[in-house]
Design a protein around this ligand. Structure first.
Ligand code: ATP
Ligand code: MG
Length: 475
């Protein structure tokens, strides 16, 4: 492992700077066949973008993107079943149950509002297509034109050299490129994290100079990049850059406000450092926990009072919900994240009764217990604590035991239901019935032995009698 926590890339230029992994073998047969098919039909065809970059890094690309001078209509004619996806010239070609995106070479014009181009023009050369791409490592191609002897790397901007030194560098003048499309700045910090690359100084300076333009972007596009960033080995690499350049202040002023807020956790580190540590410590394969880690203390700056953060989890849950709504996060996932933020301060009291443990499970929800403990573990690590403190371990074991004991934890597990109560006690549907059921559940959580039809009906009669008494005695 390299010191930065990423595996070293396999791209190591030899003495002549030309050594590279064997792309002939790294590119799968279906992609070879697509290139060969297009060339045989008289077109240039190349593997491009992130897939080529990842292949050169020795990683298996998630998908393979191709670029060609064939127009979309021609592609659909050449590949039966191919689907023209959008006005940007992308055609989806299905091969051996896999879908490949083939995009006609493009030139881009008229970036009117710091976001996508308004008009796309088809181009005729791979070089022009590469020139419109964002970073040098994303602006390489591998393939051939008709007449070329073999597939070869096209690298007009020194992408291979930047891969070898793990550098993210804008294609062309970074200032101009970020003003054309502000999303490139967000992509820069995201790619720095996913790839573990450094951002080249002039590119970084241009992000700092243009950060405010990110305010013109659609929240969906920002949200999509944030999601990818949070799946990085160490998201802090990108989040730190976002904060330093001013991008974070545009995307989430609430999070940016964590910088400089003192914490009594790791000596000399502020709240933002605690957040970064917590996100890195959360499991990369659990996006909900990662996002909750990012947002768990989002409420702290707003409630800071005499060095304390009263009710920050409640305020934080509201701020998190607002931010995720803004980012158009899927509602179910957002709900999970907000729930974790709201409950992340749960105490692990060694003196808790069994009933208290069961109430805790009910409050959190049996399905969310595991995520909440994963968040707690990350939070502890982010606070510089050992993750497996004995009280937490003991509390978690008791919770798991109760979970496995399948004690009744919600009204559906009660031995009587609303219909039984209506039939036996002559109750009508309504708030009174709801109250009786809530009371029954409370007693059963305290003493699961009561969960039996006869006992519950008796208990319910008593509860009803108390209720009538209260109603009569209160004016
Ligand atoms: P990932 O591996 O995470 O998908 P990627 O670089 O492939 O990263 P995509 O969004 O799939 O990201 O984009 C594919 C390619 O399109 C990029 O590699 C880059 O060449 C180009 N590209 C994407 N977005 C932009 C942009 N905003 N400006 C210029 N070129 C872009
Ligand atoms: Mg991609």
């Amino acid at each position: 492992m390299a010191a930065n926590g990423f595996e070293a890339g396999v791209v190591a230029p030899g003495a002549d700077g030309t050594r590279q992994p064997d792309l002939d073998r790294a590119v799968p047969p279906a992609v070879h066949a697509l290139i060969d098919g297009l060339v045989a039909a008289g077109h240039a065809a190349y593997v491009v973008g992130g897939s080529l970059r990842d292949a050169l890094l020795g990683r298996l690309p998630a998908d393979w993107d191709l670029a060609t001078d064939a127009r979309p209509g021609r592609l659909v004619a050449l590949f039966p079943g191919a689907v023209y996806e959008n006005r940007f010239g992308t055609v989806a070609v299905r091969r051996e149950a896999e879908v490949f995106e083939v995009t006609t070479f493009r030139l881009e014009h008229e970036y009117a509002d710091f976001r996508r181009p308004h008009r796309v023009e088809f181009g005729s050369t791979i070089e022009a297509d590469l020139a419109r791409r964002d970073f040098t490592v994303n602006a390489m191609a591998w393939g051939r034109r008709p007449g070329d002897p073999a597939n070869a790397l096209v690298d007009p901007f020194g992408g291979r050299g930047d891969l070898a030194t793990r550098t993210l560098r804008a294609v062309g003048d970074p200032d101009a490129r970020f003003r054309e499309d502000a999303l490139r700045m967000v992509r820069a910090v995201r790619l720095a994290a996913t790839l573990g690359f450094d951002v080249e100084p002039a590119t970084l300076a241009a992000i700092t100079a243009n950060a405010s333009l990110a305010g013109h972007l659609s929240w969906e596009r920002i949200g999509a990049e944030l999601e990818k960033l949070l799946a990085a080995p160490r998201p802090s690499v990108g989040l730190r850059l976002a904060e330093e350049t001013g991008l974070l202040a545009v995307i989430s002023p609430e999070l940016a406000a964590q910088r400089g807020i003192p914490q009594r956790k790791v000596a000399g580190e502020d709240l933002w450092e605690h957040t970064l540590r917590t996100v890195d410590a959360a499991p990369a394969e659990r996006p909900v926990v990662r996002l909750a880690a990012l947002l768990h203390d989002i409420g702290k700056p707003a409630v800071l009072e005499g060095g304390r953060f009263p009710r920050h989890e409640t305020v934080g849950a509201e701020l998190a919900a607002e931010l995720l709504r803004r980012l158009r996060y899927p509602r179910t996932a957002a709900g999970e994240v907000v729930h974790l933020v709201r409950h992340h301060m749960f105490p692990v009291d060694p003196g808790a009764t069994d009933a208290a443990i069961r109430r805790f499970i009910m409050r959190i929800g049996p399905d969310r217990i595991d995520a909440l403990f994963a968040l707690r573990r990350a939070d502890d690590l982010g606070s510089g604590m050992t993750p497996d403190d004995p009280d937490t371990v003991a509390f978690r074991e008791r919770v798991l035991r109760e979970l496995h004991a399948a004690s009744p934890l919600d009204r559906h597990a009660l031995a009587v239901n609303g219909r039984d109560l209506m039939a036996e006690l002559g109750l009508a549907p309504g708030p009174r019935l709801g109250h009786v059921i809530d009371e029954l559940l409370d007693r059963v959580i305290a003493d699961p032995g009561l969960n039996e039809r006869g006992s519950l009906l008796l208990l319910a009669q008593g509860i009803l009698a108390d209720m009538y008494e209260d109603e009569v005695s209160s004016p």
